[in-house]
Design a protein around this ligand. Structure first.
Ligand SMILES: NC(=O)C1=CN([C@@H]2O[C@H](COP(=O)(O)OP(=O)(O)OC[C@H]3O[C@@H](n4cnc5c(N)ncnc54)[C@H](O)[C@@H]3O)[C@@H](O)[C@H]2O)C=CC1
Ligand SMILES: CC(=O)C(=O)O
Ligand SMILES: [Mg+2]
Length: 371
């Protein structure tokens, strides 16, 4: 199969879809690799390293899209990239369609076969292709929050761990999955006063057993959240309903009860955000203020630590890329129900039920394309 890797073009996005090592693995499986010039610059992988791995370097993204049968990316295709997709072409990347009607319409119109990393599942009920970036973003959320709490960044001037004789910051983590767990780990490590909310009893038990007395674990109700948010210095938004737009758990009314200079970090912004006042921001201009509360809502947080993130992402995505390339997408999806769950858009139809429901499209099961 001819496989293409364009350079990422989202704001301050330095990750790349395939590392040189992943390129070499696909080449060893008999495939042809086409990489846009400078695609790996953000992880320190120059064109000659990709050439040594067996790739051909192309000068422009349009040549990559024109040549490849499968495009491997990191972030959702931007409008200029969507315009280059072709009917039947495979797109393998994060999509986050539910909060993004424009992207969804363009992908439907393209006729491409779009497999979203974030809805591929595993036997444990997890999302293994989202997990590595959630680990990164969860850990980063506390760094970002700690920085935003500094006065010079608009915050209320609170140090995460306090000092002997002065109380630490109160950190509230909403959602105790991968992002929430990693955020809590970092906040506990900084000696903050940490509370995690979730509504899945098994998750609450796991968190409670893991953190013991170092973090409080609370069942998530509107009332519990309202009480905790009013007292918080930092709130991390980390909920997910897979495939669907995030529920708006922290309302504008709750925001008004918060302390001036408190900080919200909405990691769930890629699914639309779980705070009513969230809107996506960029690494170039990551924060804004509503009702004296600082909001950090960067939708591609792991892009800032591109080396760590690209290798962690490839560890999870490569084996499916190899299967798709070796077998073709239909056979690969037939053979693997978890990969099949990644199919979001196929030849003009929406094949992810939460996306269809949230955006008012007809839902067509992936199976109907696999005969
Ligand atoms: N902004 C960024 O750069 C990045 C964003 N993300 C996003 O972070 C979000 C979280 O991802 P993961 O932690 O991997 O998901 P996850 O599925 O591991 O965890 C989500 C948790 O939210 C909980 N939850 C759902 N509804 C809830 C409610 N009403 N109250 C409390 N908890 C609730 C679930 O029980 C689950 O434990 C996703 O939207 C993901 O796409 C992930 C990586 C990077
Ligand atoms: C998951 C996601 O949105 C990211 O890694 O940028
Ligand atoms: Mg206020």
């Amino acid at each position: 199969m001819r496989i293409g890797v364009p350079k990422e073009i989202k704001n301050h996005e330095y990750r790349v879809g395939l590392t040189p090592e992943s390129v070499a693995e696909l080449v060893a499986n008999g495939h042809e690799l086409f990489v846009e010039t400078q695609a790996g610059a953000g992880i320190g992988a120059a064109d000659d390293i990709y050439e040594t791995a067996g790739a051909k370097i192309l000068a422009t993204a349009s040549e990559v899209f024109e040549t490849a049968e499968m495009i491997v990316k990191v972030k959702e295709p931007q409008a200029v990239e969507r315009a280059m997709l072709k009917p039947g072409q495979i797109l393998y990347t994060y999509l986050h369609l539910a909060p993004d009607p424009e992207q969804t319409k363009d992908l439907v119109d393209s006729g491409a076969v779009c497999i979203a990393y974030e809805t591929v599942t595993d036997d444990q009920g997890g999302l293994p292709l989202l997990k590595p970036m959630s680990q990164v973003a969860g850990r980063m959320s506390v760094q970002a929050g700690a920085t935003a709490l500094e006065k010079a960044h608009g915050g209320r001037g609170v140090l995460m761990g306090g000092v002997p004789g002065v109380a630490p910051a109160k950190v509230v983590v909403v959602g105790g999955g991968v992002v929430g767990f990693n955020a809590a780990q970092m906040a506990v490590g900084m000696h903050a006063d940490v509370t995690i909310l979730d509504r899945n009893p098994a998750t609450l038990e796991k968190l409670s057993n893991h953190f013991e007395a170092s973090a409080k674990v609370v069942y998530s109700t509107k009332a519990a959240l309202a009480d905790l948010v009013a007292e918080a210095d930092l709130v991390v938004g980390a909920v997910l309903v897979p495939g669907a737009a995030a529920p708006k758990l922290v309302t504008r009314d709750m925001l008004k009860t918060m302390q001036p200079g408190a900080v919200l970090v909405d990691v769930a912004i890629d699914q639309g955000g779980c705070f009513e006042t969230s809107k996506a921001t960029t690494h170039a201009d990551p924060t804004y203020v509503v009702d004296e509360v600082v909001h950090y809502c960067v939708a591609n947080m792991p892009g800032a630590v591109a080396r760590t993130s690209t290798y962690a992402l490839n560890n999870a995505t490569l084996h499916h890329a190899v299967k798709i390339a070796n077998k073709g997408w239909k056979q690969a999806l037939k053979d693997d129900a978890h990969l099949k769950n990644g199919l979001n858009v196929c030849e003009g139809k929406i094949t992810c039920e939460p996306v269809a429901n949230d955006l008012g499209y007809e839902y067509v099961a992936a199976d109907s394309f696999l005969n």
